[in-house]
Design a protein around this ligand. Structure first.
Ligand code: IPE
Ligand code: IPE
Ligand code: MG
Length: 252
């Protein structure tokens, strides 16, 4: 009961999306700078960042956005100091341990996109448990991209398809965009409508390269730990102002 109050207490919004968003993706950037500005070690920013995930998830629900992807750790983030990586993993575990009951209670399904095999055992176990506990849910999808890299994902999909062709399970002519998408971590998820990167950086950093083919990009200067409901709604308004043509012409 208490958990379900979370969404309702915030629901007083005068803005409505006229075109639905089926999938929103976030590059949660700026945690280190957020902490540095406050004279704190970088990992304080990562800790605060985890609190924003559930808050933004709630705002998505409010706007009937059912699928959300969050970039939590990239294949390039292994280049960071081990101490920072350890803190990141600690906070991810804390996030799952804290939120999993709530996610279950509202019928949310967790997905993890990325190679879990390189993630330390303790964190992997927490992730696998959360996946298992939410596997039959379908109302909301929380896709956490963990040890995720877009190029790595595409190479993996290519290898898998090549193997299927070699084994005679597939013919070359069976390979099309849909089949390729079905071999990505995000299999079954709709294309991304809106991709938001916080902190002012304007690049993809190897994020969902195939899936972002026709998404609208919104770059906000707000650093992720400060990215709350109001800042997200500003991004939704920006999305609302866009004219999506998908290579065609305006209807007008
Ligand atoms: C994003 O924040 C979180 C991860 C990449 C894991 P950063 O840690 O990149 O923060 P900045 O960009 O250095 O401020
Ligand atoms: C992208 O942010 C990865 C995540 C948010 C998890 P980075 O901070 O690692 O990206 P670059 O290095 O600035 O491109
Ligand atoms: Mg960064």
């Amino acid at each position: 009961m208490l958990y379900n109050m979370r969404m309702r207490k915030n629901t007083k919004n005068d803005f409505k999306l006229s075109k639905p968003i089926r999938h929103v993706a976030f590059i949660m950037d700026g945690n280190g700078r957020w902490a540095k500005l406050r004279g704190l070690p970088r990992h304080f920013g990562h800790h605060e960042a985890c609190n924003r995930i559930i808050e933004i998830f709630e705002t998505c629900r409010e706007f009937d956005i059912h699928v959300m992807s969050f970039y939590a750790f990239s294949t390039e983030n292994w280049n960071r100091p081990q101490d920072e990586i350890d803190h990141l993993m600690d906070y991810l575990e804390e996030f799952f341990n804290k939120e999993i009951d709530y996610l279950c209670s509202i019928g949310a399904k967790l997905r993890i996109s990325g190679d879990l095999s390189r993630i330390r055992e303790k964190t992997r176990a927490v992730c696998l448990d959360a996946l298992e506990r939410t596997k039959d849910n379908s109302s909301w999808i929380l896709n956490i991209c963990l040890n995720y890299g877009g190029r790595d994902e595409i190479v993996r999909a290519t290898k898998k398809i090549a193997q299927d062709v070699k084994d005679g399970k597939l013919a070359i002519d069976d390979i099309d965009e849909k089949l390729f998408a079905d071999n990505l971590y995000t299999v079954g998820l709709p294309d991304i409508d809106l991709m938001i990167r916080t902190s002012g950086e304007q690049r993809l950093s190897n994020y969902l390269l195939y899936q972002n083919a026709y998404s609208e990009f919104v770059f906000t200067p707000v650093k992720w730990p400060d990215f709350k409901r109001a800042a997200f709604i500003d991004c939704l308004k920006e999305f609302e102002s866009r004219n999506r043509r998908f290579g065609g012409l305006d209807n007008a």
